[in-house]
Ligand binder design. Structure first.
Ligand code: SF4
Ligand code: SF4
Length: 393
């Protein structure tokens, strides 16, 4: 247990005061490190060289790589980096289905308010507190998954845990269901001891459980095969060979964290109340989701991380989830989508879903739409779905 040093003017006393304030603001992890180059930089560069970032070109931009390499390019006179963690709900706390229906799955961090709206104001409050403590302005820069830094590397060096084989930061007392945030400051605080042990041992549960086999031996992911990447970052078609692995996930994926024994043992049922999880977002009704107009989508997901997928991406994912659930109840909604949805990307995935469900009703819809469809890519999907559809052709 921490003991309060007498003075908040010494680097140690100041750090203690800052930590206390961070906890008051809702953060449950707090560590400090120095602005040295991250140790995992070579791994990151290799990851980029192999193109494992997929279409996320912003990760490979020269400016982004330079900033990840030299933290002084972010804040020229940075002397300390404060790393913080905010707890989000455990996926096992998924609300029970409120009504019968076909439900999708959403990564637990996205069940409620967007953390990009929750965390930055608290980092600003923390900075104001720091400035009051020292009595002068403090040059600073804050991030929450918003800038070019290797945040899990910094978190590990700040003593908060180790980077697991699933690539997440794992805290030995609390697991990995945390959102990380960083505050760069031009003040010297006492750095924490780096976390140097690896507690994964011979475990490979996350590797074995990953539906797409995208977890690599160097503790990186091949984003091009990761469900999180495809349901959020990929703005185009989902590769047909990966669609069955998506299951019912429509935004993100928690599998490699859910199976981790450190979460089973230590993740707390408590989470930050500001994240305000909503059952209808956590367990979306897929048939209702498929009929969301642009206006309804923006209204429903105002202030939610799901906006990042945009309507066309979310409906594309919804169609894939319905195809994987293979329930004939979805055929009428998919038929309407294939006949009248304006986004070809969504129509294409609705056709695929109908092919997965199969049966006479699905076959008829695909046949009718093959006469009226004008988009070449959608037409290609319809043809493939007619072949896949049992009893077709
Ligand atoms: S998020 Fe899902 S798909 Fe991606 S690595 Fe983890 S288990 Fe695999
Ligand atoms: S599931 Fe096992 S191997 Fe994977 S991160 Fe957790 S402890 Fe490490």
């Amino acid at each position: 247990m921490d003991t309060a040093p007498n003075s908040s003017e010494s680097p140690v006393g100041l750090k203690y005061a800052l930590k206390t304030e961070a906890y008051r603001l809702g953060f449950t992890l707090f560590g400090v490190t120095t602005p040295e180059p991250p140790a995992t930089l070579p791994v990151y560069l290799t990851w980029l060289e192999h193109g494992r970032h997929g279409s996320m070109a912003y990760l490979a931009a020269d400016r982004a790589v330079a900033r990840r390499t030299d933290l002084h390019l972010i804040l020229p006179d940075v002397r300390s980096v404060v790393v913080l963690g905010l707890r989000y709900p455990r996926p096992t706390d998924l609300p029970a289905d409120s009504a019968a229906g076909l439900h999708g799955r959403v990564a637990a961090y996205a069940w409620g308010t967007d953390y990009h709206d929750q965390i930055p104001p608290r980092l600003e409050q923390l900075t104001e507190f720091l400035q009051k403590q020292v009595g002068h302005p403090v040059a600073h820069k804050s991030y929450t998954d918003t800038g070019p830094i290797l945040e899990r590397d910094l978190a590990s060096r700040a003593g908060l845990g180790w980077m697991g084989k699933n690539t997440c930061l794992i805290n030995p007392q609390a697991g990995s269901f945390f959102l990380l945030a960083e505050l760069f400051i031009n003040l010297e605080l006492e750095p924490d001891l780096p976390f140097t042990t690896d507690h994964c041992g011979s475990c490979r549960r996350c590797i074995d459980a990953c539906p797409t086999g995208c977890i690599l031996p160097d503790r990186t992911l091949d984003a091009r095969r990761c469900i999180s990447y495809h349901t959020i970052e990929n703005k185009g078609p989902i590769p047909a060979e990966l669609r069955p692995q998506l299951g019912a996930w429509v935004f993100g994926c928690d599998i490699c964290q859910q199976v981790c024994p450190w979460n089973e043992r230590f993740a707390s049922s408590e989470f930050d109340p500001g994240l305000n999880p909503q059952p209808q977002i956590a367990r979306p009704d897929l048939l209702a989701a498929l009929s969301l107009t642009p206006q309804a989508f923006n209204r429903q997901f105002k202030g939610s991380p799901i906006l990042r997928a945009r309507r066309r991406g979310y409906l594309r994912n919804t169609a894939v989830a319905l195809g994987n659930l293979r329930d004939a109840k979805a055929v009428p909604a998919l038929a309407i989508t294939l006949q009248s949805e304006s986004e070809p990307l969504v129509r294409a995935h609705a056709a695929w879903a109908l092919g997965q469900i199969g049966g006479e009703a699905a076959r008829q819809v695909l046949e009718q739409c093959s006469d009226s469809e004008s988009d070449a890519e959608v037409m290609r999907e319809i043809t493939a779905a007619r072949i896949a559809c049992q009893g077709c052709v």
